[in-house]
Write a protein that binds this ligand. Sequence first.
Ligand code: SF4
Ligand code: SF4
Length: 299
Amino acid sequence: REAGGATDAAVWERIKDHPCYSEDAHHDFARMHVAVAPVCNIQCHYCNRKHDCANESRPGVTSARLTPEQAVRRVLTVAAQVPQLSVVGVAGPGDALYDAERTLRTFELLRAEMPDLTLCVSTNGLALPDRVAALKALDVDHVTVTINFMDPEIGAAIHPWIFHDHRRWTGREAARILHERQMEGLEAAVAAGMLVKVNSVLIPGINDAHLIEVNQAVRAKGAFLHNVMPLISDPAHGTHFGLTGQRGPTPAEVHRAREALGEDARLMRHCRQCRADAVGMLGEDRCQDVTLDPVDDVA
Ligand code: SF4
Ligand code: SF4
């Protein structure tokens, strides 16, 4: 059963207008991403820094980077044209919580302009333990963390380096730190009462068999939903994996991997791997339909 079918009334109240957390809501409510986070603190092999963060979006689509003020103007413009808009998230193009000033400022301005909006953030988790309190203070209730591994050996095959504590770490040591910070951040966010969704990128031959372990661990720590997303590996997107011949999974492999997690896996099945500047219902990018301010002052 999909976790979106949760029966607890209080939880339902919190997810009923969030199209990513509730499959029912994704028919009726729209979300919007604002691309205000320019830099990242880790390297994923599947990422090309020229494009949006693959944590929440498909690679290969570049979005303009906005200042917080531009982002808010854009949200107000969209809200006037898309009445179903209920959620605004920051999901890239880099990591939303590294150098988080822009993300937090955007949320602060949005809270002032549209107090009823649900705010949402997506991160690789490295900086999450340091940001939970600030997010909580702005009533950011929904957090997505991309967690691809538990075993640092496997992590090192996916994330070659991280930048943490004023220096660059590589290999197994980098993966160990990333893992510890992801677990710490997940626990802190859950303890703060946030609804945490975990995204895992399914990479055939690398972490496919390992995702059961990931699922069990994140559920045990209180993750609300687990979204197993297929790697989009295409040399045209410039992904490192694509260039080295790493293929993405077939639809049958994705299905098998999700089924292997069992009935209680709390899986999200309606993810459409939207772009980081997506506007509208899940799977429906309405950027062309709504009239947006020109981005005159790209930071
Ligand atoms: Fe790219 Fe996102 Fe990974 Fe950073 S966390 S390297 S932006 S896919
Ligand atoms: Fe939030 Fe992710 Fe949904 Fe965007 S796609 S609104 S960041 S859960």
